[in-house]
Design a protein around this ligand. Structure first.
Ligand SMILES: [Ca+2]
Ligand SMILES: [Ca+2]
Ligand SMILES: [Ca+2]
Length: 426
C-alpha cells in the first residue's frame, strides 16, 4: 500500500513537471502537500541550497532559501492574498506585484504586475474583496482577484494622508473592529509638526470616510478627523496582539548618540493618546515597565508631561530600525516558535562605534501570556563583519516579515531585491 502510494505520488510529480502554465484552479485540485515528494520535508517544499542558505544563519532545524530574486524597486511590505499567493509592494518602482508559487516548489514562478504608476506604494492588505494599497499621500483599492487573477482599476479611498515628506512609508492594516488603520511617520527627525497627520496612526472606515467615534471626528480641520493615536515618530508597522491590543513599533530619533533613545518595538497604542515623540521616549532596553522620560531638545507643550505618554513595553537598542513585523502562524514552525512576534530590523547607518552597529536581521520577540518577555536573533548574516547595514558590501536588509498559509515565513529585502522563505524541516 505504501509502495503504491509512493508510485502514485511520484507519477503525480512527473505529471506536474512542465505544467507551469496550466491555470491555478486546475492545479489546486491536486494534493498540495505530497506531489513534490523528492523535495518535501515534513510536508513543505524545500528548494536546493542557495546563496542565502550559505550565508544567512537561522536556528537549528530551520532552512532559509531565496523565494524570489532580482526584484527591482525596493521590495517592502507583503501580504498573502485570498488566492494564497504572496503580494508585495515595490516601493520605488511604484508597483505592487504578485509572486505566485503555483507549482508549489518553494520558489516564486515569476513576477506578475498587479498595479503600477503608484507614488511610493508601501502597505498592502486584502479586505472584503479589495486589495488596499497605502502610498505616499493616499490609500487606493482594487477589487479582486477574480478567478483569472485579475483586478479592477485603482480607485481612491482617501487622500486625507500627509504628503510623503521625510518618512514616506505608509502602512495599512484592518483592525478587529473592521476599521482601516494607516500609519504615517514624521516629516523630520525631531520637530513640532504643523500638519496634524504625520507621526500618527489614523483610522478610517473601509470606504475612506471618518468613523463617528474617532477623537476628532467632527473637527473643523478635516486633517485632524482621521487621527487615532500620535507621538509615533515612525511606526512602520503595527498589528493586533494575541489579546486584541493594537501594537505598533516606532523608529526613534537621531542625534542623541549611539544608545538613545531606545528603539520602541512594542508600543501598546491607545486611542486619543500621545506615545511620546517628539518630547519623550521609553527608557531602558528589553522588557520595560517605566514611564517615558524627557527628550530635552524640545520644551514640553503646556499641560503635557511625559507621564501622559503611553510607553513601550518592549524596546531594543537605539537605531535597530524595526520595520515590518508579524506574529507567527501555526502550520510549520515548532510550537515554541509559532506564537512569537518576528520583526525585521533594518539595522543602523547612524551609530558610530563598531560595537554599536545594529545588525540587519530578523528578531524573534518571545511572547508569553500574550506579552513580550525577551528576544533573540532569528535570522542574521546580511552584512559583512564590522560593516554597517547599508554599506555597499551588505548582501541585503530585511524589510518585512510575514507568514504564509502553511506557516512558512517570508522575509522581504529592500536592499538585495529579494524575498526569502524560511521553513522548519527537521
Ligand atoms: Ca514555483
Ligand atoms: Ca514613546
Ligand atoms: Ca506586518
Amino acid at each position: 500500500m505504501i509502495k503504491k502510494t509512493i508510485i502514485f505520488l511520484f507519477t503525480l510529480f512527473l505529471l506536474s513537471v512542465g505544467r507551469a502554465n496550466i491555470p491555478a484552479q486546475a492545479q489546486q485540485v491536486l494534493p498540495d502537500t505530497t506531489i513534490f515528494l523528492p523535495l518535501v520535508s515534513k510536508g513543505i517544499p524545500l528548494p536546493p541550497a542557495d546563496a542565502a542558505s550559505q550565508r544567512i544563519t537561522v536556528p537549528e532545524g530551520f532552512q532559509i532559501r531565496i523565494f524570489a530574486d532580482n526584484l527591482g524597486g525596493k521590495p517592502r511590505f507583503m501580504t498573502i492574498g485570498p488566492d494564497g499567493h504572496l503580494y508585495i509592494s515595490l516601493m520605488s518602482a511604484g508597483q505592487v506585484v504578485r509572486l505566485p508559487d503555483r507549482n508549489q516548489d518553494g520558489l516564486a514562478d515569476g513576477v506578475e504586475i498587479i498595479a503600477s504608476g503608484i507614488s511610493l506604494p508601501h502597505g498592502i492588505e486584502f479586505y472584503d474583496g479589495y486589495l488596499y494599497i497605502a502610498s505616499g499621500d493616499r490609500v487606493q483599492r482594487m477589487q479582486g482577484p477574480n478567478p483569472n487573477g485579475n483586478f479592477s482599476a485603482l480607485q481612491l479611498v482617501t487622500d486625507n494622508i500627509p504628503p510623503p515628506i521625510g518618512h514616506s512609508s505608509r502602512t495599512i492594516h484592518f483592525g478587529p473592529d473592521g476599521k482601516m488603520y494607516v500609519s504615517a511617520g514624521s516629516t523630520c527627525n525631531i520637530c513640532v509638526e504643523t500638519d496634524p497627520r504625520p507621526a500618527t496612526i489614523m483610522r478610517f472606515n473601509p470606504d475612506g470616510s471618518i468613523p463617528a467615534d474617532n477623537p476628532f471626528a467632527n473637527d473643523p480641520d478635516a486633517r485632524k478627523r482621521p487621527l487615532y493615536a500620535w507621538g509615533l515618530r515612525n511606526s512602520v508597522d503595527f498589528l493586533w496582539s494575541p489579546n486584541g491590543d493594537l501594537w505598533a513599533n516606532h523608529n526613534g530619533s537621531d542625534g542623541l548618540g549611539d544608545d538613545l533613545p531606545p528603539e520602541e518595538i512594542v508600543i501598546p497604542v491607545q486611542m486619543n493618546k500621545s506615545h511620546g515623540w517628539p518630547y519623550c521616549f521609553t527608557p531602558g532596553v528589553g522588557v520595560v515597565n517605566a514611564n517615558e522620560i524627557r527628550d530635552t531638545r524640545l520644551a514640553l507643550p503646556s499641560g503635557f508631561t511625559c507621564d501622559d505618554a503611553i510607553p513601550a513595553i518592549f524596546t531594543a537598542p537605539a537605531h535597530s530600525a524595526p520595520l515590518g513585523m508579524e506574529i507567527a502562524k501555526p502550520g510549520n514552525f515548532p510550537v515554541e516558535y509559532n506564537k512569537d512576534l518576528y520583526v525585521a530590523y533594518h539595522g543602523s547607518w547612524n551609530t558610530n562605534v563598531i560595537a554599536n552597529y545594529r545588525d540587519c536581521k530578523v528578531e524573534r520577540v518571545i511572547l508569553e501570556g500574550g506579552l513580550p518577555i525577551g528576544s533573540e536573533t532569528f535570522a542574521t548574516g546580511w552584512r559583512e563583519p564590522n560593516k554597517k547595514c547599508g554599506d555597499v558590501s551588505t548582501y541585503g536588509r530585511p524589510a518585512d516579515v510575514i507568514f504564509g498559509n502553511s506557516g512558512e515565513m517570508f522575509i522581504s529585502d529592500d536592499a538585495g531585491g529579494r524575498v526569502y522563505r524560511v521553513v522548519y524541516s527537521k
